[in-house]
Structure formats: C-alpha cells, structure tokens
Design a protein around this ligand. Structure first.
Ligand code: SAH
Ligand code: SF4
Length: 372
C-alpha cells in the first residue's frame, strides 16, 4: 500500500505555509494561526490547535507533521543541570540535543547533521561518518523541543524514564525561556550551510521563535568559505572556531580536514570575518594530556593569536571510549591558560559539565547504539 509522505510543517517558511493553506482553500489568517501555534505556543500536535475548525485540524493531522523528532532516550547529569536527549528522525536516524541549565543561562546545544564527515580523532561523532544533513525543520525542532521542556517539563515524558525528577524541578528554571543557543552538537554546520542558516533565521525571526541572534553561537571545524560567507549574513550570530592545535602538523593529526584547509587559510578567513564584522571570535581548544597541552604549544598558540580580536575557550577533553586521547591534568591546563594570559590572549577554562552523562558530542548515541 502506498503511504503518502507527510508534509513537515517546520520545513515551511511563513509564505510557504500560507501557500499550502491557500491550496486547501483556506484564508491567510489560518496560516498565521498555525504559525503561531508552531513557534509561539509550541504545539507539537495539530490536534491541540484549538482555534482551528475541526476539519482543518483533521486535515493537518492526516497530511502533515508538526514535530519531526521522536524522543527515544534521555539522560540527566547527577546535579540535574544538564539534560541530554536522543531523538529519532522520521527516517530512523538518531541525533543528540543537550539542554544546559546553569550560570543564569538556559542553553540548548543543537545538531546540524546526523553524523559528521570531518573525522576529528577525539570526537565521538567524528568516528561514525556522515549519514546525512539535517533539514532546517529538524534543526529548528530541537530548539522548540528544548523550549517546550523548559515551559512544561512534565509534558512529553521520555519513553525511557530514568526516575529522576522532571527537568528543572529542582531549580528555578521551570517556566522560563531559553536564553542561548549553541550550534555545537553533532555535525559540521558550515558543511550544511543553507539549511543551518534557514533554521537560524527562523529561530531569530521575531515573527517566529524570536530568540536574539546575539545569543546564538555557531561552532565550526574551520571551513574558510563558510566563515567568509557568515561575515555577509545580516544576522549577527557569534562565531567559534575549533582550533585545538597551533601548528599544521599537530592539527592535521587531530582535525584531519586541516590537511585541506591549513591553519593559515583558516586564520585568513577569520581575520577577514573580524575585519568585516568587528566581532570577537572564539577559538576552541580541547586540552589533551601530553598531546596539545605543553607550555611550548601554549606559547605557539599565543603567537598565532596575538593581536587578533578573539577569546580562547579551553575545554579539558571529554574522553570517548577506548580512545588514547585523555584530558589534561588540572595543573597543566592551568599552566596553559596562564601562558596565554601573560601573552595577552584572553582565555577561559570551560568546565566539563555533564561529564557523567556522556555530554560530549555524539557520545550518547554511541553508547545507546552500542558503538562505544
Ligand atoms: N563540527 C563543529 C561543531 C560541533 S563539535 C566543530 O567541530 O566545531 C563542537 C565542539 O566540541 C568543537 O569545538 C569540537 O572540537 C568539540 N569536541 C568534540 N569532541 C569533543 C570531546 N570529546 N571533548 C571536548 N570537546 C570536544
Ligand atoms: Fe565533526 Fe566537529 Fe566532531 Fe570534528 S569535532 S568530527 S567537525 S562534529
């Protein structure tokens, strides 16, 4: 039997939704009402769109999908402040989304691809290869899912209940909106540029979700064309670049795409970006014991970044199973940070929150699917 494809409502622009409704003989204001249900009232199911006529609701239920994400697993850190979800997409692939509730911030970390083709040696996602790009609707849906859990934590309980109280039930976060979005989940966002940006525009659009672009940060492995293209976007989101090593020999070992886009090309694109946007760029540097954390490498990094409008985010590595790469000791990490600061390169150490729940990118999926 032929099963007709469902139209995914989150793939549509506001005009696209209006066109669909017009083709059903519905007036424009019905499209506006549905748009409001999707992005303001966070409806995951057309059955709850109570101001629509019954026949229209039924048509939506039968022919469309309002939420492409099926929650199949949830993990919460022991302090309750980090919640990680594994979602199944309509074609059966799985992706991760993480909600972090601390430092007065309520941040969701979203994925842009199922897997990743970049193969960074320390990254769980990098070990699996790329299955496919996510659609813009699948990217937006992660933000809506997180917001839904913030506002109504008991809604849509996960199928695998871990027995820990609902999100935020022990904190003051319940009923408050997300404050930040980081595009740092699975995948390389600039390798899925158009869909990622379509999603980010929708998220920041005051007529849709309406979260200010300045509260969004996109992290890239360092694709120069994508970085330059970002400089031309009217939307002012923050850029983070995953550097992890100050010279090509070491960086190519850790981040294989460096072979194609060596540090000089990445830095040229970043400087171009800063020149055009006047925005401070973050460099991410995962500290790995005995690999990239020596004082000599700290000095080399300081030399590379001297005078650049930037900030270094040092993150002790979140080790993946059976990996030779391990986090730096706290002493080495502190010494590394000190050398950067003495050389006037601003650097902060980001704590490994949620370490007890495989909070590193791609780690939950690997564990649930038995991959490591
Ligand atoms: N592909 C993009 C965004 C997703 S990864 C990128 O690489 O920037 C988000 C960040 O997590 C990157 O800085 C990445 O290098 C880092 N990361 C990946 N695996 C990690 C691990 N095991 N421990 C610490 N950071 C990790
Ligand atoms: Fe891909 Fe980023 Fe992981 Fe590298 S660190 S494999 S670019 S997701």
């Amino acid at each position: 039997m032929h099963v007709p494809e469902l139209t995914s409502l989150l793939e549509l622009t506001q005009d696209g939704l209006a066109q669909l409704l017009a083709s059903w003989g519905q007036p424009r204001y019905r499209a506006d009402q549905i748009w409001e249900w999707l992005y303001r009232k966070l409806a995951a199911d057309p059955a709850g769109m109570t101001n629509l006529p019954k026949e229209l609701r039924e048509r939506l239920i039968v022919t469309t999908r309002a939420d492409p994400l099926d929650l199949i697993y949830q993990q919460r850190s022991s302090d309750g402040q980090t919640i990680k979800w594994l979602f199944r997409l309509p074609d059966g692939l799985t992706i991760e989304t993480v909600l972090m509730l601390y430092d007065e911030r309520r941040t969701v970390c979203i994925s842009t691809q199922a897997g990743c083709s970049m193969g960074c040696v320390f990254c769980a996602t990098g070990q699996t290869g790329l299955a496919r790009n996510l659609t813009s609707g699948e990217i937006v849906a992660q933000v809506l899912a997180a917001e839904r859990r913030m506002i109504a934590p008991s809604d849509r309980q996960p199928k695998t209940d871990d027995g820990i109280p609902a999100v935020g039930s022990r904190s003051s976060s319940v009923g408050r909106r997300l404050t930040n979005i980081v595009v740092m989940g699975m995948g390389e966002p600039l390798a899925n540029y158009d869909r990622t940006w379509a999603a980010l525009r929708r998220i920041s659009d005051p007529d849709a979700f309406g979260l200010g672009a300045r509260h969004t940060t996109l992290s890239t492995v360092g694709l120069p064309q994508g970085i330059r293209k970002m400089a031309d976007e009217p939307l002012q989101i923050n850029l983070a670049v995953s550097l992890h090593a100050p010279n090509d020999e070491l960086r190519t070992q850790l981040v294989p795409v460096n072979h194609r886009y060596p540090i000089a090309e990445v830095m040229a694109a970043v400087k171009d970006y800063i020149g055009r946007t006047h925005r401070r760029v973050t460099f991410e540097y995962a500290l790995m014991n005995g690999i990239n954390d020596t004082p000599a490498l700290a000095r080399q990094l300081a030399g590379l970044l001297k005078g650049v409008l930037c900030h270094v985010n040092l993150i002790p590595l979140n080790p993946i199973a059976e990996s030779p790469y391990q986090p730096s000791s706290p002493e080495n990490a502190a010494a590394f940070q000190k050398i950067l600061e003495v050389n006037r390169v601003p650097a902060t150490m980001r704590m490994r929150r949620g370490i007890d729940i495989d909070a590193g990118c791609g780690q939950l999926r690997r564990r649930v699917s038995g991959g490591g």
